[in-house]
Every structure is written in structure tokens, then in C-alpha cells.
Design a protein around this ligand. Structure first.
Ligand SMILES: *Cc1c(COP(=O)(O)O)cnc(C)c1O
Length: 460
């Protein structure tokens, strides 16, 4: 399987090359040169399989590994989940289902991708006998999921930049309490976009990138998107695909999770609509509504993992919407650097054939947590509540709607307690999180200083 860059000027790579590169050398993101198709019969045959078996069948055409090796990595990736179905589906209301993606080791959907990527990197590095440095910017959940996936691996250092004071206490503790020496939690003065900008700048510094063997595990990494494609299949098949279409609503920040849904749809899964749900940081909702893609300041919300103004993976959707014209994408991204761009009529129409969108205010998010608990007993995290609120506005019977529940409520206890009056408990396997000592390094929003620190810590 070959992968091409959305900006058209980087070399084509195989699966492992694209995974290890993260960002392409032309600043673009890797996407499959041709998306493999699953026939109706292939999709129907997923019914009744375990999550791991379905994962193997869905991902295999994208990956260049021997079958038995890949199967072994998938088995290890999901062994640490706290639910045997991995991604169980629960019903909220007639025609409305919740896909619980929070049973992994850090209680958010990012574990699905990160646990697999940890296994894939370990396998690749062991085979090559090399060392790498993983770097990621996080608004909370990516970082903890990455640290959990890479802690203790001897060929890997993992550096996570998070905005100081802007992640929840559970998220911070999940990043700062692992004791392994290869884990480096960096609390940066700034917001998530500043962290993300610092990571992007490191990748554009080729000398630094090569010196420390830099690799990204942010949602721009193709392997992460791929791992997330699987649960769109398992959920849709559980509700009758390929014989019946379904729609999904996805609480969206960096557009990684919903782009995985778009890939599932491109592979042949009958998805009627993919609904982008945003909080008041609504650049994607505004773009789909008006065609104007303009940055605004980030405004902190009770769903912090969606507090972004630049949605990196949206570039992948634009690449397809512009007929896979890397030159056009380069032009748009240059304009975005100056503040924003207008999506062409043709591209906007193409996007609207797949995507719909909506947003939830802070009050609506809280009210949804309260209402769903009262009606069903299910306690939503604030991100999932944004999804449920928007999903309810996009139901078109008889097509079932599946809303992705992206985190466990105990990851955001303050927001949940404010909404319901009850503090959601951590699952028993994590109950001592508040007692473990923390370890982190404060850094300024200063690329040179961060690079110096990374050079020092990787030069053992
Ligand atoms: C990361 C995250 C999101 C946003 O996902 P993207 O792939 O960035 O769109 C939503 N909810 C939670 C809990 C997250 O951790």
C-alpha cells in the first residue's frame, strides 16, 4: 500500500514509512494513494467477530506486515482494555446509540489508536535496531494515551507538550505520574495551538528532526487514523450494515476521529452522514455552514479536548474535496497561515455530501449530561454530551444515529458534577491515581529552549 502527501511534494511511502514519518516532508499529511474497498460480503462477514478479528480484517489491506505478526500486535494492543467488547454500543433512545470508546487504559478513545501504534513502533524499532523520539502536543487525552502506550519501551523517548493549567486534573495526573525514565511531560505556557505549533516547527527543522529521530504520534499520524476506522465498522455492522445504512455523530477537535469515519465510508461502509459536533470553538461548523475557514482565538470550555482553532486532519478531507490537488492544498494552507481561506464552491459541495455539522454551547452541554442521565442512567463526559446534543438535531429516521462517546465521565469530574450533582468515580483499576506523586517540567513557549531540553534528555 502506497501513501501520498496532501501537499503533493513529498515522496510516496509505504505503511511503515508513513507511520514513522508522521508529518510529510512537504508539511502535508499522508493518505492512501488508493483507498482499498470492502465488498458487501466482506462487511457482512464482520458480524459476530471479536473486536480484534474485525480490526485485523479492516486494517490488513493498509498495512505491510506478515498476517501473524499483525494479528499478534492487535491482540496485545487491546488486551489492557477494561471491557471485552472493547467498543460496546449502548442504546440511548429509539434510533440513537452511543459507542463507548472509553474503556481503554486512559479512559478516552485515543487509546484505540495509541495502544496499537505503541505495538507497531516497538515492532518496527526492534526490527531495525534503532531509537526514536516521540513528540506530541496534547489538549489532554492524546498525551496521556501516548505516555501509556510508550512508557518503558527501551527504544523510545516520549515527550508530550501540554498547555499548562488547561488540562483536567485526571488528564494531567495520567501524564505526570508514570515513573519510567523515557516519559517526559512538558507543561508549556500557552494554549493547545501553541503546543501544536511548536511540534510542527520541530518537524520543519530537519536537522533537529534527524538528530533526535523525531516521530509524531499526533492525530496527523496515518496509523492513528487507521486504527480508528475499525470501530466505525464494528458499530455499523452491529446495527445491520451493510444491509442498513447508519449515521455517526463525532465530537470533533482535530478532525482525526471523524476522518476515520470518512475512510470507513470511502471503503464502502454504508454511512449516510458524518456529523461534526463542536463546542463553541466551532471553526469546522462555521466552515461547513459558510465555506469560510477562519481562525479565531481559542476559548476554554468544559470539553477541553475539543478546544482548538486549527484542525490538522481537515487538510486530508480538503485534499479529496479538491480532487486530490496537492497544489491547491498548499495554497489553502499558506492562506491559513495568514488567518484563513474560503473553500471553493465545488469543494464545499463535495464536503457537504458527506459531512453535516452542529455546535453546542456550554449550557447545552451541561443540560445534555443532566437530561441523558435522568432518561437513561448513562453518564456522559462533556465531549460526548456535545455529540449527543448535536446528534439529536441530525436524526433522520429510520437511519440509526451512533454518537461516539469519546471519554469516560470520570476524566472530567468537575464538569459532570456541576451538571448532575454527582462526582463520577474512576474505575477501580485506576482508583489510586490521586495518590501517586507527579513529575513534570515547566517550559516557556520558546522552541529553542524546548529543543535544547529534548537534545539533552535524549543524549544518554
Ligand atoms: C481528542 C478528543 C476529541 C477530539 O478528537 P479529534 O480526533 O481531535 O477530532 C474529542 N473528545 C475527546 C475526549 C478527545 O480526547
Amino acid at each position: 500500500m502506497k501513501y501520498v502527501s496532501t501537499r503533493g511534494q513529498a515522496p510516496e511511502l509505504g505503511f511503515e514509512g508513513a507511520m514513522l514519518a508522521g508529518l510529510a516532508r512537504d508539511g502535508g499529511l499522508y493518505v492512501p494513494a488508493v483507498v482499498p474497498q470492502m465488498s458487501q460480503a466482506d462487511i457482512a462477514a464482520l458480524a459476530g467477530l471479536s473486536y480484534e478479528q474485525a480490526a485485523f480484517r479492516v486494517m490488513r489491506p493498509f498495512v505491510d506486515l506478515p498476517d501473524d505478526v499483525f494479528e499478534g500486535l492487535i491482540a496485545k494492543a487491546y488486551a489492557g482494555f477494561g471491557h471485552s467488547a472493547r467498543a460496546p454500543l449502548v442504546q440511548l433512545d429509539s434510533g440513537h446509540f452511543l459507542l463507548e470508546l472509553f474503556h481503554g487504559p486512559t479512559l478516552a478513545f485515543k487509546d484505540f489508536a495509541m495502544q496499537l501504534i505503541g505495538q507497531l513502533f516497538q515492532e518496527a524499532m526492534a526490527r531495525k535496531g534503532e531509537r526514536i523520539t516521540i513528540v506530541g502536543a496534547t489538549s489532554g487525552d492524546t498525551g496521556s494515551a501516548a505516555i501509556e502506550a510508550f512508557r518503558g519501551l527501551d527504544a523510545v523517548d516520549v515527550f508530550i507538550l501540554f498547555p499548562h493549567g488547561r488540562v483536567s486534573e485526571v488528564q494531567r495526573r495520567q501524564m505526570t505520574t508514570p515513573t519510567e525514565a523515557n516519559v517526559h511531560a512538558l507543561a508549556m505556557d500557552g494554549d493547545f495551538d501553541d503546543c501544536q505549533a511548536a511540534v510542527k516547527a520541530m518537524f520543519n527543522d530537519f536537522a533537529f528532526r534527524d538528530a533526535v529521530g523525531l516521530t509524531a504520534i499526533n492525530s496527523i499520524n496515518w496509523a492513528r487514523v487507521l486504527a480508528q476506522v475499525v470501530y466505525f465498522f464494528t458499530a455499523a455492522v452491529a446495527l445491520g450494515a451493510p444491509h442498513r445504512s447508519v449515521s455517526f455523530t463525532v465530537p470533533t477537535g482535530n478532525f482525526g476521529d471523524i476522518f476515520a469515519g470518512y475512510i470507513a465510508r470511502s471503503m464502502g461502509l454504508p454511512i449516510e452522514r458524518l456529523v461534526v459536533a463542536t463546542n463553541r470553538n466551532d471553526i469546522l461548523h462555521r466552515t461547513l455552514a459558510t465555506g469560510e475557514h477562519r481562525k479565531e482565538g481559542v476559548s476554554p470550555t468544559i470539553s477541553p479536548s475539543m478546544d482548538i482553532q486549527v484542525s490538522s486532519n481537515f487538510e486530508r478531507a480538503l485534499f479529496d474535496a479538491y480532487g486530490r490537488d496537492g497544489g491547491a492544498v498548499r495554497q489553502l494552507m499558506a492562506e491559513l497561515g495568514q488567518g484563513g481561506f474560503t473553500v471553493s464552491q465545488g469543494a464545499l459541495q463535495a464536503l457537504r455530501e458527506t459531512f453535516a455539522s452542529g455546535r453546542a454551547s456550554e449550557e447545552e452541554t451541561s443540560a445534555t449530561i443532566r437530561a441523558i442521565q435522568a432518561a437513561t442512567g448513562e453518564v456522559l463526559c462533556p465531549h460526548s454530551a456535545v455529540g449527543v446534543k448535536v446528534a439529536r438535531e441530525h436524526m433522520h429516521r429510520p437511519t440509526p444515529m451512533i454518537t461516539l462517546a469519546t471519554a469516560h465521565p470520570a476524566k472530567f469530574p468537575d464538569a459532570v458534577e456541576a451538571a448532575t450533582g454527582q462526582r463520577p468515580p474512576l474505575p477501580i483499576r485506576m482508583a489510586d491515581l490521586y495518590d501517586r506523586p507527579e513529575r513534570m517540567t515547566r517550559v516557556a513557549n520558546d522552541l529553542g529552549q524546548i529543543q535544547t531540553l529534548m537534545r539533552e534528555r535524549t543524549r544518554q
